[in-house]
Structure formats: structure tokens, C-alpha cells
Design a binder for this molecule. Structure first.
Ligand SMILES: [Zn+2]
Length: 476
């Protein structure tokens, strides 16, 4: 999604104008691609990708040269990244946002530039998509027109993501048996990296967990994950584990009821393993443990980001396990927070508000993310998320009706619960399943309709309201 900025806010020269550029005639080009004198690895990748795609489209060889090696200046050039040519035209890449991109024709020349790290990569892919007609619909479905004569009319523009976070999942591991990427070859890895980058997305963390080779996504394309350490999802069991606290502090764990009615501190997660672990979220010492560990993660991430010259992550997850019992901790304090109305999300929001409140003064840019999922899907009745809490809306798997619009009666619960949260907070991230799960009325293996369903929560998240921060996360 492109957000065009028509006002330059005094940061860089306002982009303007349009030009017709004859990039190729009969499979020959008069253009060269010119990089700055000190391009980052991501900007070098951008140059390589641009030359490669343009060759696939036109058949022409677009040479990549360093600006320092171009005297006199070429008659026609695509200036890529932070070049002296762009600076002469008043474009200072350092003043663009990290993922912001810029497209500016200048006479017969073209500037494709962006902030560091990924802005120039995004400028190239935006240009290819908008003006050349190249698309990457999935790793295996590039759309590459064949045009030995290629003339494009380019309009000046500055763009950036409408949302702070974008994420596509392309799950190599969970594909069906005939999935072309099942062998995880080097070629398939490259295709997948390009697909993520082309669509201006982070790689899905499941790839980072199971396939550390995706770390090169950060180096080659400059796309830095926005979530911090301490776990990506279902993290409370990592913060307060039975192994570390089960014997010494059983009071940190949820009070559950046995079949015979007796209450006990459940350090075994109902015997389901780590995902079934729940906690006594009102316990003040437990809250202190989480805050201490969270601070440790933030500090460690900032040190690493500084050492590597990357932006630091700003999303930290403190959330429940998976498949928890419908009722959380049964101790009187926790039940009092839930109140007679009985929304478990009240307890979670109360807890996460306390954690977020404890770190806000020191880390005002950090968001504490918590799931609205399973037993916390229904919005709270009384608690209201703080402004540095990010609600991670995740309607479980395929449990809505994919074959009817979101406005259909079958999807009433989905719609009402989402809108309930959206009325409480500006910070909602959507984790959506556009997938093949068998569930409810949805048959397995059937491609889910993609248009209407993600469209509704996306539109809801964009509704005008106080403030302007909205986040969207989609899963394919
Ligand atoms: Zn409790």
C-alpha cells in the first residue's frame, strides 16, 4: 500500500514533476544504473535487482556503475540510493524515514532513493511494480512483461507504508507434500527472500525460528524485524516458566480447579505442556519479574541494534499461551479484576497495562503487544488498553465463515468483537489466516477468498479516529 506524501514537511526537497523515459528500444538501452559512492549492502541489492528485472523485461543490459566512476556524467542514468546527483537536486536520503522511498524524474534521468536501511530497495520495487508492470504474487509467480521497447511515464512521488508493520507468512514447512519449496533449496530461499522484499514485508518469524538463513534478509535487503527479543508469541511461559519458578514460586501460576473441585496452583499447564501454562496475573511479584526481564530484552536489543547500525525493534510481546482453558486464574484477586461481567480480557489488559506503564517512561517508543485470542477475544468490559499497548487481534484459524462476507450473519461474532476492540484502542495489529485450515464450515485445502475478509478489519483499522497509529499484520 502506498501513502503518497504531497507535503515534504521541509525534510527533503518536495518531489514534483513527471517525465517520459525511454528505457529500452529494440532490447537496447542508453541507461546505466548509478549507485552512490558508499552504498549499503541493501542498496547494492537494489541495483542488482533493478538491472536483473529490467533485463528480464526488455532483454537489455543495464550496467551498474559507481557514481565516482562516472565522469563525465552519463547522458541517461537511474541514480540509485544516496548519490551526489540526488543531493544536488536537494534530496537528502538521510532525512527520509528508514523505510521511506522516493521516485523523482530529473530530465532524462531518474532518481530512486530512500531511507536506510530498506528505502532504496522499496523505491526500486515500487518503480518496477507501478511503471514496469512487474509483480511477485508469490515466490513462484513472478509477473514479468516482455517489452523490448519500454517507455515509462514516471511521476514524482514519496511513499511509505501506511502501517508501521507489514508481515507476510509463506510457510515452507507447512506446505502440502507437493509444495515446490519442500526441499528448502538455496534457490527456493532466494525466491522467498525476494518475494518478501518485493512486497516490502518482513520475513515471517517462523522462518527466523526454523531457518536462520533468513537473517540474510536483514543484511541483503535491509528489512529489519520490528519485534524484539523475549519471544514472538505466547511468551508469558518464557518470562515466567515452571522450570524457573514452579518450585520456588508456585504462587506465580494460575489457580485452577480439579475435577473434584479442589483448587491448586497449576505449574504443569493442565498437563498440556508449556502452551497450557497460565499465570496469576495480579500477583505483584510476578509483574516485577516480567518488567525486569522485559527491560533486559529491550536493553540487549538496543545494544545489538547500535552495534549493527540497525534500527532497534519496538514491539515486545507479553501474551498468553495457546489453547488455555476458557477461565484464567481463579484466585480472588484475579477474579475481582475480571468482575461479574466475566471478560478474561479485562484481566489481561489490566496486567499488560501495568507492564507497559512500568516501562513507558524509559522507553516511550516501545509497544507492548498482547493477544486478543481464544479466551481473550471478547473485548474488555472495564479495562482500556494504555496507549503503549498493542492489541494483537487474532481470530482463531478458520473459525469464521470464509465463504460469506464479513457482514454476513455467520460472521457476526468476528465482526462485533473486532469492532469492540477498535472502539477501545488505536493500536490494533491483525494477525489473519488466509490459509488452508480445516475448520467449522470451511473444507480443507480450499483456497480462502482473500478480498472481503481481510478487507473488513483493514478498513476498520483505517477508520479516522484520535491519533494516527494503526498497524496491520496479515498472514497468507
Ligand atoms: Zn490470580
Amino acid at each position: 500500500m502506498v501513502l503518497l506524501l504531497t507535503v515534504a514537511l521541509g525534510l527533503v526537497a518536495a518531489v514534483s514533476g513527471a517525465a517520459e523515459l525511454r528505457l529500452s528500444e529494440g532490447g537496447q538501452t542508453a541507461y546505466v544504473i548509478v549507485t552512490g559512492s558508499n552504498p549499503t549492502p541493501a542498496e547494492q541489492t537494489a541495483a542488482k535487482e533493478l538491472a536483473e528485472y529490467l533485463k528480464k523485461v526488455t532483454g537489455a543490459e543495464f550496467k551498474v556503475v559507481a557514481e565516482s566512476a562516472t565522469e563525465p556524467k552519463p547522458a541517461k542514468a537511474i541514480y540509485l540510493g544516496w548519490t551526489a546527483f540526488a543531493a544536488e537536486k536537494g534530496i537528502d536520503g538521510a532525512k527520509l524515514g528508514a523505510d521511506e522511498w522516493l521516485i523523482q524524474p530529473v530530465g532524462d534521468n531518474l532518481i530512486l532513493a530512500g531511507g536506510r536501511n530498506a528505502g532504496t530497495v522499496f523505491a526500486v520495487f515500487e518503480f518496477l511494480e507501478q511503471y514496469v508492470g512487474v509483480h511477485q504474487l508469490c515466490p513462484f509467480t513472478p509477473v514479468i512483461p516482455q517489452r523490448s521497447d519500454l517507455t515509462v511515464r514516471v511521476e514524482a512521488q514519496r511513499g511509505r507504508h501506511a502501517f508501521r508493520k507489514h508481515l507476510l507468512s509463506y510457510d515452507l514447512a507447512a506446505g502440502p507434500g507437493l509444495h515446490p519449496d519442500r526441499h528448502r533449496t538455496e534457490a527456493s530461499r532466494r525466491r522467498t527472500l525476494r518475494y518478501f522484499a518485493f512486497n516490502k514485508n518482513e520475513a515471517h518469524p517462523s522462518h527466523l525460528w526454523t531457518d536462520q538463513r533468513f537473517e540474510t534478509h536483514v543484511e541483503e535487503y535491509g528489512i529489519v524485524p520490528k519485534w524484539g527479543s523475549g519471544g514472538w508469541v505466547h511468551t508469558m511461559v518464557l518470562y515466567v516458566s515452571p522450570g524457573e519458578y514452579g518450585k520456588t514460586h508456585p504462587e506465580y501460576f494460575a489457580l485452577h480447579r480439579k475435577a473434584d473441585g479442589t483448587l491448586y496452583r497449576d505449574v504443569e499447564g493442565l498437563g498440556w505442556g508449556s502452551m497450557g501454562i497460565d499465570h496469576c496475573l495480579t500477583h505483584p511479584d510476578l509483574r516485577q519479574v516480567v518488567v525486569r526481564k522485559l527491560r533486559g530484552h529491550i536493553e540487549a536489543d538496543r545494544r545489538e541494534a547500535q552495534a549493527r547500525g540497525r534500527p532497534a525493534p519496538f514491539i515486545y510481546t507479553v501474551d498468553a499461551g495457546d489453547g488455555l482453558p476458557p477461565q484464567g486464574c481463579l484466585c480472588p484477586n484475579c477474579r475481582a479484576v475480571v468482575g461479574p461481567e466475566g471478560a478474561e480480557s479485562d484481566l489481561w489488559v489490566d496486567f499488560v497495562n501495568a507492564i507497559a506503564g512500568a516501562v513507558k517512561a524509559d522507553y516511550p517508543d516501545v509497544l507492548i503487544r498482547t493477544l486478543a485470542y481464544n479466551h481473550t477475544l471478547a473485548p474488555p468490559k472495564r479495562a482500556r488498553p494504555r496507549d503503549n499497548v498493542l492489541i494483537w487481534w487474532c481470530y482463531p484459524y478458520g473459525s469464521r465463515d470464509w465463504f460469506h462476507p464479513i457482514t454476513h450473519e455467520n460472521n457476526r461474532t468476528f465482526r462485533e468483537q473486532f469492532e469492540g476492540w477498535a472502539a477501545l484502542t488505536r493500536n490494533i495489529q491483525i494477525y489473519d489466516y488466509w490459509s488452508r485450515y480445516r475448520s467449522g464450515r470451511n473444507p480443507p485445502g480450499f483456497p480462502s477468498p482473500l478480498v472481503e475478509h481481510p478487507g473488513h478489519p483493514a478498513r476498520a483499522a483505517l477508520l479516522p479516529g484520535p491519533g494516527n497509529l494503526r498497524l496491520l499484520c496479515q498472514r497468507q
